[in-house]
Design a protein around this ligand. Structure first.
Ligand code: CUK
Ligand code: CUA
Length: 654
């Protein structure tokens, strides 16, 4: 039995290999690109602006990259879960606390799903959320500054994958655990998994100013919760989580977790959850987690340790959770713009299963249950089924929607996107992707109001698509024009890291609010100085603080003496510029962190530990003016047991 199953897997792998290695002659010039019209559609002339901002997750890079559509031009990489020496993120004293967790300082994570904040179910351009998958966290990026301003940890979880999907008015972002784990964590047998491990689904409340906090967790059976989407319109108030490994296996999941013909989509009524919480019907669990917040006023991040979470147990909370059976280990679960249809992407099948929200409510009303799992009612599959998309593709993963009642689903194994009609379930078109497409994205395509002009396919494999760059070839995005009946491939560009999901929004919803510089008078950094008159060097024991300014094209002070080996030297550098796009850098020889890249009006701090007596240069690392190369200085280091006078200066006296 076991051997046969392994053979099946081997066959599956072979098929996959065949699928992903074909198509070498599908080059842009002779392939599906119909000559010049594609070029015209993506050409954004020099000086012109793109129509959409697109935010692509970096996967194992831990970051978010910002592209323009339709040009595919890369504008920025926003550091989120991984340190970034270019921007000093995680290296300067201001942002180090952003990467603190209950496990200590973590310089890396795996980020999968960017999600824009929404108002009335429409992306509003305020914030972008993204999950940290490895050490469960959610980050919030402020879209006025394009900087990560908050990261919250999720306790009782292991692998924060079904996250951070938002509700219609950004009441919550949700976070489901991918791995079942002991809750609370404890030393126990791995083979005790079934029945004992749990899967926490977290509801993270988002306040009006964006601040996040865990409102409650639902302690589900230890299935693997893969993806999620919240209801909208008529299904507002619900969230749907896909699951696999309802077999609750702890080994060789490729076989063991593929045994059940159907896994579940968990339908959570979060309004009911709110009621249980309001009525005090919850347990309070000791679970510590960190909440890190970057305060734009003080320009400092701080970490706050939280100690408790409110926990709901489905078996004690009737009406809170129902299971919708869904064939073949569903990966993505996607809700159409009306909120009526819930699409389960059963990744081991050819078909898509679509559930009806209205039918689901009726089935709940009639208690049309076929089973119960750990106290959670399992709904009758036929009672909630709205339709099946007979795609003839293989390996459906994710679905997005346009504004004309169409849906677009990626098929990993057959490496294609299939367009189908919501309601009639008929397949309208199919387009190959090069190769092995994972997620896809239509601007607003998981909201109530898709903009529906483009579709971006996010591919895992690109061998033979680009010039080879050694064993690692970058992942790719392929842009399709979906304004006509047929999907038309119009652009193919490499990505930063592995993009899982992406989001896009019309440029005008963001660009007008984009900050150009920080006002010096609003800088309340504890170590800021506002003019060169205030420069100083202060020693307290072996801690030396250098209060420094930068302006085109010098630092003040630029000569510093009286530092000793063994000191902890903090360079607090304030950029006095008050113009758009005039950052200054700061780098000192032998620094074991990174440069600083200081925006106009901002203060940043570099910690440096001098190792030996000498005269050490420092300089500006961002070409800021014609005299950028002159923007430099020296710091003199004396022996540890010496007693040098602390001195600083800029310019000569005469
Ligand atoms: S997952 Cu990557 S293809 Cu992490 Cu959203 Cu589906
Ligand atoms: Cu300042 Cu270069």
């Amino acid at each position: 039995m076991k051997v046969k199953m392994l053979q099946n897997i081997a066959g599956f792998a072979l098929m996959l290999a065949l699928m992903t290695s074909c198509g070498g002659d599908q080059n842009g010039s002779s392939g599906p690109l119909g000559g010049g019209s594609a070029a015209q559609k993506t050409y954004v002339a020099p000086g012109e602006l793109d129509e959409f901002y697109a935010f692509l997750s970096g996967g194992f890079s831990g970051q978010v990259s910002v592209y323009g559509l339709p040009s595919g031009r890369l504008f920025k990489v926003i550091p989120v879960f991984s340190v970034d020496a270019e921007k000093a993120y995680g290296f300067n004293e201001e942002t180090k606390p952003m990467l603190e967790t209950s496990h200590g300082f973590l310089p890396w994570d795996d980020s999968h799903h960017p999600e824009l904040s929404q108002t009335d179910g429409v992306p509003d351009g305020r914030w972008l959320f993204i999950n940290g998958n490895n050490t469960p966290r959610i980050a919030r990026i402020d879209l006025t500054t394009f900087e990560t301003v908050e990261i919250i940890e999720l306790p009782n979880s292991g692998g924060n994958h079904s996250s951070p999907f938002t509700t219609e008015n950004t009441e919550y972002v949700v976070a489901g655990t991918r791995f079942g784990v002991p809750v609370p964590q404890q030393d126990m047998g791995i083979d005790e998994y079934a029945g004992k491990f749990k899967g926490a689904l977290s509801y993270v409340k988002v306040a009006d100013d964006g601040r996040m906090d865990i409102a409650f967790q639902i302690l589900m059976p230890g299935f693997n919760y893969d993806l999620a989407h919240s209801g909208k319109g008529l299904s507002h108030g619900w969230t749907f989580f896909s699951s696999y490994n309802t077999e609750e296996s702890n080994t060789l999941l490729e076989v063991e977790a593929s045994k059940n013909d159907k896994d579940f989509i968990a339908a959570i009524n979060w309004k009911v959850a709110e009621q249980y919480i309001a009525d005090g019907n919850y347990e309070e669990m000791n679970s510590s987690y960190l909440r890190n917040f970057y305060d734009e006023e003080t320009q400092m991040a701080t970490s706050e340790k939280m100690e408790k979470v409110k926990v709901l147990k489905p078996e004690d909370c009737p009406g809170l959770v129902y299971f919708l059976p869904c064939p073949k280990s569903p990966h993505g679960v996607d809700v159409d713009p009306t909120g009526e249809y819930i699409v389960g992407n059963g990744k081991l099948s050819a078909d898509l299963t679509v559930h009806s929200f209205t039918k689901m409510l009726a089935a709940i009303e009639q208690e049309d249950f076929v089973d119960e799992k750990y106290g959670i009612p399992v709904l009758n599959f036929d009672a909630t089924l709205a339709g099946i998309v007979k795609s003839t593709g293989l390996g459906p993963l994710h679905t997005e929607f346009d504004d004309k009642g169409n849906a677009y689903t990626t098929f990993f194994i057959t490496s294609e996107v299939i367009k189908w009609k919501v309601g009639t379930w008929e397949v309208l078109d199919r387009a190959p992707c090069y190769y092995s497409v994972g997620h896809l994205m239509v601007p607003g395509g998981d909201s109530r109001k898709p903009w529906g002009k483009y579709m971006l396919a996010l591919n895992k494999i690109t061998k033979d698509r680009y010039l080879p760059t050694g064993p690692e070839v970058n992942q790719s995005a392929q842009l399709f024009d979906i304004s006509g009946d047929k999907m038309e491939l119009i652009l193919d560009f490499p990505t930063v890291g592995e993009p899982h999901y992406a989001q896009a929004i019309p440029a005008e919803l963001i660009m007008e609010n984009s900050k150009q510089f920080y006002k010096l008078e609003e800088n309340h950094h504890p170590h800021a100085i506002k003019s060169e008159e205030d420069i100083k060097v202060v020693r307290e024991g072996n801690v030396v603080r250098i209060y420094m300014t930068s302006i085109r094209s010098h630092f003040a002070p630029d000569n510093i003496e009286g530092i000793k080996v063994g000191d902890e030297v903090y360079f607090h550098v304030t950029n006095l510029e008050q113009d758009y796009d005039v950052p200054h850098g700061f780098a000192v020889m032998g620094a074991r962190n990174s440069e600083l890249l200081i925006m106009p009006g901002q203060t940043e701090t570099l910690l440096w530990r001098p190792q030996y007596p000498g005269v050490i240069p420092f300089y500006c690392s961002d070409f800021c003016s014609a005299l950028h190369q002159e923007m430099q200085g020296y710091i003199r280091v004396s022996a540890q047991n010496s007693n040098p006078e602390l001195k600083w200066s800029v310019g000569t006296d005469e």
